[in-house]
Design a binder for this molecule. Structure first.
Ligand SMILES: [Zn+2]
Length: 201
């Protein structure tokens, strides 16, 4: 049975987050180490597009998590936890997170690749941002908040996916290393080499 067939069966042919039954596709939940139904969810295009482009998130759409977070399927729990965490600033998602209980290993999985507020990595310490300007592949100065575009496919170490050439990364942050910026790709905050980026206008 293919992954898609397995997911269609598991989900009763509906989006596993919002139960929409149109335009469903298989989403391999990052970090992707293996292609399997256990590591994938069936999503409608509304959920998928908002997961992949966090700046387009319509918080109200995600009220569906009120139901789907109680799924017995760990990978669905992981996606629900991540979206609730992303939206926690709205208030109600934090309330749901407070009552959502995940098994320890599921919670650890959910947290994989998610930005950590307690990150002590000196590269991300804002107080140590270098005076050397951060330049893109064309020599244009990059600033925090800029949008950049990837100019080649990049394997994201640790996260297990490939960031495709042409992917726009919005609202970047600078780091202490002028050759590195931070940005969010596939919902995962990663460090990118500036030589593989160009600034978008
Ligand atoms: Zn959906």
């Amino acid at each position: 049975m293919s992954i898609e067939q397995a997911l269609l069966q598991r989900s009763n042919s509906s989006c596993e987050l919002c139960t929409n039954d149109l335009n469903l596709c298989v989403y391999a939940v990052p970090p992707v180490c293996e292609d399997s139904a256990d590591k994938s969810v069936l999503l409608c295009d509304t959920c998928l597009s908002q997961i992949e482009a966090p700046e387009t998130v319509d918080a109200n759409h995600w009220r569906c998590l009120n139901d789907s977070m109680w799924s017995q399927v760990p990978v669905v729990q992981v996606m629900a936890w991540r979206m609730l965490t992303r939206l926690a600033g709205e208030g109600w998602p934090q309330d749901l997170l407070d009552i959502l209980y995940l098994e320890e290993d599921v919670l650890a999985w959910a947290k994989l690749g998610i930005e950590s507020d307690t990150d002590t990595d000196t590269d991300t310490d804002e107080s140590s941002i270098s005076d050397t300007p951060t330049l893109d592949s064309n020599g244009a100065v990059l600033q925090a908040g800029d949008t950049v575009t990837l100019i080649k496919d990049l394997d994201v170490k640790g996260a297990g996916f490939t960031a495709k050439r042409g992917t726009a990364v919005r609202n970047i942050s600078l780091t202490s290393n002028p050759e590195h910026i931070e940005g969010r790709v596939n919902g995962v905050r990663i460090v990118l080499l500036t030589c593989y980026l160009k600034k978008s206008n």
